[in-house]
Design a protein around this ligand. Structure first.
Ligand SMILES: Nc1ncnc2c1ncn2[C@@H]1O[C@H](COP(=O)(O)OP(=O)(O)OP(=O)(O)O)[C@@H](O)[C@H]1O
Ligand SMILES: Nc1nc2c(c(=O)[nH]1)N=C(CO)CN2
Length: 175
């Protein structure tokens, strides 16, 4: 049994459709989905705006690695193409595993480059922390503390303010 926080992002093609596709691939594992946000590109400015959201998922059968497999399956369905020249470049769909807890609610930590937990750049990304905070306000990012505190830090204030909620694009999932 594991629970995970997954971040969804898309800035190419049918962005909304790609986020919906990810939720469909994750299926009944989805427990909560955040509001969708329109966000300026982070890390590589020369690309279109993203739609971002966060989902909380759980599955009695899933190992931490299974979440990475499911993330990749959704990216493949969205026909994501990787550009080795642009690490933070545009993509049809990005699904990142932000954090995983085991059956006892303990955070899973990993420095394996194939699946690093928590995600090594999550604490720098308002597009991850703000939607996560919306659906789990008391959450902590292991090694970094409460996400509410990270969001309030001066370094992220500009990025948080630049995010636009898109309630017109609510993600549906089976409760
Ligand atoms: N927590 C994680 N979530 C997703 N991928 C991870 C994680 N930790 C390590 N990886 C590895 O990172 C590699 C690159 O993933 P990907 O192409 O999605 O990166 P990216 O989305 O361009 O960058 P970023 O991870 O900063 O968003 C993958 O092969 C994957 O195995
Ligand atoms: N706003 C925003 N910027 C990004 C995103 C993303 O999902 N949203 N994903 C990236 C991939 O690493 C790079 N930059």
């Amino acid at each position: 049994m594991t629970r995970a926080v997954l971040s969804l992002g898309s800035n190419l093609g049918d962005r909304e459709g790609h986020l919906r596709l990810a939720v469909r691939v994750l299926g009944r594992a989805v427990e909560r989905a955040s509001v969708v946000y329109e966000t300026p590109p982070w890390g590589d400015a020369g690309q279109p705006a993203y739609l971002n959201a966060v989902v909380l998922v759980s599955d009695p059968e899933a190992s931490p690695h299974d979440w990475l497999e499911r993330a990749r399956a959704a990216e493949t369905e969205a026909e994501r193409v990787r550009d080795p020249e642009r690490r933070f470049g545009p993509r049809t769909l990005d699904v990142d595993v932000i954090a995983v807890c085991d059956a006892d609610g303990r955070p899973v930590l990993s420095d394996d480059p194939e699946l690093t937990l928590p995600h090594p750049r999550a604490h720098l990304r308002a597009f991850v922390l703000r939607p996560w905070h919306d659906i789990e306000p008391a959450a902590e990012l292991p090694g970094h503390g409460p996400i509410a505190r990270l969001l309030a830090a001066p370094g992220l204030a500009g990025d948080v303010a630049a995010m636009t909620p898109r309630p017109d694009l609510a993600l549906e999932f089976t409760e």
